[in-house]
Design a protein around this ligand. Structure first.
Ligand SMILES: *Cc1c(COP(=O)(O)O)cnc(C)c1O
Length: 375
């Protein structure tokens, strides 16, 4: 093996269909992790397949300085569906790049440098995004990072209000923390953060790389809070498996963003994938489905697991089960004994981010398996 960085799992995945993936030996697995929320429509979705093959046949690639109808359609779709007057889109290839751009845009548009981020927050692994990520394990070997980052406790309105001032360029926050353990913020916290940033002239960035694309029960987690930030970043579910990220922003950011760019920004094939993904999520009302099935799943997990877990939490189909130190053993048993792939969130939480198309019957299968694993 010549690859490195990723530790290898004992299961080799070769095929996928809807909510299932298949090992090289033909074993079927219910994909409750969707490789970190990357496949909201399920594997091999026809709409994405058709859009991508049609675009590839027409034009493989053109750089973003040439207007292109497929890319323009995606810009328009995102502007229509983003909250409030968030009408501008910068396209890139990943979540960390979307946040990197947001941080640069905020500095350019405000002329300030300080960034306020949250404890347990995760925003990616390139140098700027990494500087706003909480966990020291991710940062230590690479220091010194970008300076001027202040961390406040998550979901603490007073701490946030106290930290934001005239020198703040941006606040970056996940509406529901993913990597940090599936921690939903209260609307009160998001509203207080909005008020503090507006008063200070700072940019409010919602990192929706994980919460976006219908996962939490609305297309954007911002929708449920009623809070309109200045920028929304997204990536994971945006292309249903194709590498695409986006930084959506208001006009005051877009008109003074500096000189950011990237060679692969907004290629027509990934634009086709993202356009088909967003259209299908909306046409099939998958956010409502995610809210319903996610609510059902959490309720049944609470009923069946009772005292054998510490907490079941989340929004829509972003679900965390706090099992204590045994999270990794639970994940291994789920995979090898029950044919269910799930994810960790830190060392103590089993995280579920399935395709938004999972049904109550799939939820029942997970509940039954979890009851055996932790019971
Ligand atoms: C995964 C994630 C990122 C980083 O995305 P990459 O595509 O891995 O760079 C940033 N923010 C949040 C909230 C994430 O979940």
């Amino acid at each position: 093996m010549s690859g490195f960085v990723f530790s290898e799992k004992p299961i080799q995945i070769e095929e996928g269909d809807g909510v299932y993936v298949y090992g090289d030996d033909g074993t079927e697995y219910l994909d409750m992790g969707a490789s970190y929320a990357c496949v909201p429509l399920g594997h091999g979705h026809e709409a994405v397949h058709d859009a991508v093959t049609e675009q590839f046949g027409k034009l493989t690639y053109v750089q973003a300085s040439y207007p292109n109808a497929t890319r323009t359609a995606l810009y328009e779709l995102l502007a229509e569906t983003a909250p409030g007057d968030i009408d501008y889109t910068w396209l890139c290839n990943s979540g960390t790049e979307a946040n990197e751009a947001a941080l640069k845009f905020a500095r350019a548009a405000t002329g300030e440098s300080t960034v306020v981020a949250t404890m347990q927050g995760f925003h990616g692994r390139t140098m700027g995004s990494l500087a706003t990520t909480w966990k020291s394990k991710y940062k230590k070997p690479y220091e010194p990072l970008m300076g001027d980052v202040e961390f406040v406790p998550y979901d603490d309105p007073a701490a946030m209000t106290g930290a934001v001032d005239g020198e703040t360029a941006a606040v970056i926050v996940e509406p529901v923390q993913g990597e940090g353990g599936i921690n939903p913020a209260t609307t009160e916290f998001l509203a207080a953060t909005r008020e503090a940033t507006a008063d200070a002239g700072a940019a409010l960035i919602f990192d929706e790389v994980q919460t976006g694309m219908g996962r939490t029960g609305s297309l954007w987690a911002a929708d449920a809070s009623g809070v309109v930030p200045d920028m929304i970043t997204t990536a994971k579910g945006l292309g249903n498996g194709f590498p695409v990220g986006a930084t959506l922003c208001r006009e005051w950011i877009a008109e003074d963003y500096g000189s950011h760019a990237s060679t692969f920004s907004g290629g027509p094939v990934i634009s086709a994938a993202a356009g088909a993904t967003v259209e299908t999520i909306l046409a099939e009302d998958l956010p409502t489905h995610a809210a319903d099935v996610g609510g059902y799943l959490r309720e049944r997990l609470r009923e069946e697991l009772g005292e054998s877990v510490r907490e079941v939490r989340g929004e829509g189909l972003m679900v965390g089960i706090e099992v204590g130190r045994g999270a990794n053993r639970a994940l291994k048993e789920l995979a090898l004994n029950h044919g269910i792939l799930a994810l960790p969130a830190g060392r103590t939480v089993v995280r579920l981010l399935p395709p938004l198309t999972v049904t109550e019957a799939h939820a029942d299968a997970v509940v039954e398996a979890m009851a055996e694993v932790v019971g």
